[in-house]
Write a protein that binds this ligand. Structure first.
Ligand code: PHE
Length: 359
């Protein structure tokens, strides 16, 4: 019967198309409205499509004016159903979300429960100690700069007067990335860089990660150092001692002793290891013998130091007859371990939140 539409006179055809479209609209409108799930709704919508396709098929091939006016009529019905479908789809999805939220056994308005007790994240303990140390040196007048971890052999060794066959340059000790390129083994590369590019006087502090082939309870292949140096005319060892004493007093308390033990680094002369008096025990109250930090010695080693070697000045294009300077370097991880009583350096880099949340 639908087939006849295309053969009908215009008026009759329009009536017929209107009737069919009205029937479809009524039937499917009811089905769409009755659907309660998205699946039901989409099934009803699929029927709408095929129902209207049948009506269009019945008109196809008929007169042009018939196609136009009847088509418009049928299209309007189909568009209304499409709107009904969209509206119903939103209603169903809102209802589903609401039902889902109501079914959940928790109150969405409660504040979040955080897993490790602290309400916010914070800087890693090593970075906290680094910043504390940097602040002390900045207050003493040193400018803080950063240096690269991937470094040229020239800046890490050569300009610092390491002979080519020095054991530190060995494959066993250094992570070589290629000929002349390595992971810096100390922050002293910043000395080479700054002295080669700046005009003295300069007072510089720099902190960051360094790398060595070393791995045990107190050594990690990646660790952190802080480097401090000053270059000017007439700089003496007394100033080195003064800066380190001021530093120790600020970090460990007024009157903390500083002592130097002769030592060797190719880039300083004279060179010395720096110890500070152990702030955790004292001879007078007899806690010293059992002190685990200084192992009963009363001294904690914090780093290396010395007066910048004339060869280093020369290698960096500065005049050793005019200039002198001091330099020292210390291990930041070691300071953090001392400060917090952490026996194993590796716990610092495992990033277990139960450990980190304690700082
Ligand atoms: N760069 C040395 C090290 O890593 C430390 C140091 C720095 C020594 C500056 C003297 C002067 O052990």
């Amino acid at each position: 019967m639908n087939d006849e539409i295309r053969l009908m006179p215009l008026g009759e055809a329009l009536d017929r198309a209107r009737k069919l479209a009205g029937e479809l609209e009524h039937r499917f409108g009811g089905e769409l409205a009755a659907a309660t799930t998205e699946i039901e709704l989409r099934a009803a919508h699929a029927k709408v499509k095929s129902g209207f396709k049948a009506v269009f098929d019945a008109m196809k091939g008929g007169r042009k004016d018939l196609m136009q006016s009847a088509g418009e009529l049928v299209n309007a019905s189909r568009d209304r159903l499409s709107t009904t479908f969209q509206t119903r789809l939103l209603e169903i999805s809102d209802a589903t979300t609401l039902a889902d939220l109501r079914a959940r056994p928790f109150d969405l308005t409660l504040p979040a429960r955080l897993p490790f007790g602290s309400s916010r994240g914070h800087a890693h303990p090593i970075l906290q100690v680094r910043d504390e140390l940097l602040e002390i040196f900045r207050d003493l007048g040193f400018q803080s700069v950063s240096g690269p971890e991937i470094e040229l052999e020239k800046n890490n060794f050569t300009k610092l007067a390491f002979p080519p066959d020095h054991p530190a340059t060995d494959m066993q000790d250094t992570f070589w990335l290629g000929p002349g390129l390595l992971l810096r083994t100390h922050t002293s590369n910043v000395q080479a860089r700054e002295m080669s590019t700046r005009k003295p006087p300069m007072a510089i502090v720099s902190a960051g990660a360094v790398y060595r082939r070393d791995d045990d309870v107190t050594h990690s292949p990646m660790f952190h150092q802080l480097e401090c140096f000053l270059v000017d005319e007439h700089v003496s060892f007394a100033e080195l001692k003064g800066v380190l004493s001021a530093f120790a007093a600020r970090l460990f308390g007024p009157g903390t002793a500083v002592r130097f033990r002769p030592s060797y680094f190719p880039f300083v002369e004279p060179g010395a290891e720096v110890d500070v008096g152990c702030p955790f025990c004292s001879d007078t109250d007899t806690t010293r013998a059992a002190c685990r930090v200084c192992k009963g010695t009363g001294w904690i080693e914090i780093g290396g130091s010395g007066m910048i070697h004339p060869d280093v000045f020369r290698q960096c294009g500065l005049d050793p007859d005019q200039l002198t300077g001091f330099a020292f370097g210390m291990g930041i991880d070691r300071m953090a371990m001392i400060k917090y009583g952490i026996p194993n350096i590796r716990t610092m880099f495992e990033n277990d939140p139960r450990f980190l949340a304690q700082f």
